[in-house]
Design a protein around this ligand. Structure first.
Ligand code: SF4
Ligand code: FES
Length: 199
């Protein structure tokens, strides 16, 4: 694969064609915050926390989703800027309204000055990052968990027939959840649908 060079936060970074900006930054130990990204999963672009500013061929800087955006020769990337920080703050305020007790979100919220009380939404605990659903499908090939319903009613749900056989011995998705909503949902489903079989 062809080698390319881009600039991230003023530093010259070598990457390969086909790599995302996020991957190029991670390889150069430059931090971009993420929530729905996982190195074993296909990029998803769901949370928008990894937004960065990109300038190419003299064009005006624009915001792109770094976990999806391809690294290109000679582009200039800024992982922090007033615009980037504003977007991350808004994203975090929305997510904190859903999951106000999440340690990970609270820490990020502090970093970006997010005010969790601003949106006044009812907490739903799951922030729909999809990590659990995608990990179960893509890595474990089990589909024991999925999204049910749409829009504001969207929730995760375990498939009892599969979960009762597979989840008790696996639980690899639990530590991926940024809000712990997953464990709560699992305990609930286990108690109702397959009591005592999950262990
Ligand atoms: S339960 Fe957790 S890991 Fe699964 S989609 Fe919701 S926030 Fe993400
Ligand atoms: S980490 Fe890129 S959109 Fe979530």
């Amino acid at each position: 694969m062809k080698g390319i060079t881009l600039k991230i936060d003023g530093e010259e970074v070598k990457a390969r064609e086909g790599m995302t900006v996020l991957k190029a930054a991670q390889n150069a130990h430059i931090r971009i915050p993420t929530l729905c990204y996982h190195k074993k999963l296909e990029p998803y672009g769901g949370c928008r926390l990894c937004m960065v500013e990109v300038e190419s061929r003299g064009s005006a800087p624009r915001l792109v989703v770094s976990c999806l955006y391809p690294a290109q020769n000679n582009i200039i990337v800024r992982t922090r800027s007033p615009k980037v920080d504003r977007v991350r703050k808004t994203v975090l305020e929305l997510l904190l309204a859903h999951a106000p007790n999440s340690f990970e979100l609270k820490e990020l919220g502090k970093e970006y000055g997010a005010d969790e009380s601003r949106t006044g939404q009812e907490p739903s605990f799951c922030i729909h990052c999809g990590l659990c659903v995608r990990y179960c499908a893509e890595v474990k090939k089990k589909d024991a968990i999925g999204f049910v319903d749409r829009g504001i009613h969207k929730e995760i749900g375990f498939v009892p027939e599969i979960a009762s056989k597979e989840c008790g011995k696996c639980k690899e998705c639990f530590p991926l959840c940024p809000t712990e909503a997953l464990q709560a949902a699992y305990i609930f489903v286990e108690a109702l649908a397959f009591p005592g079989q999950g262990h």
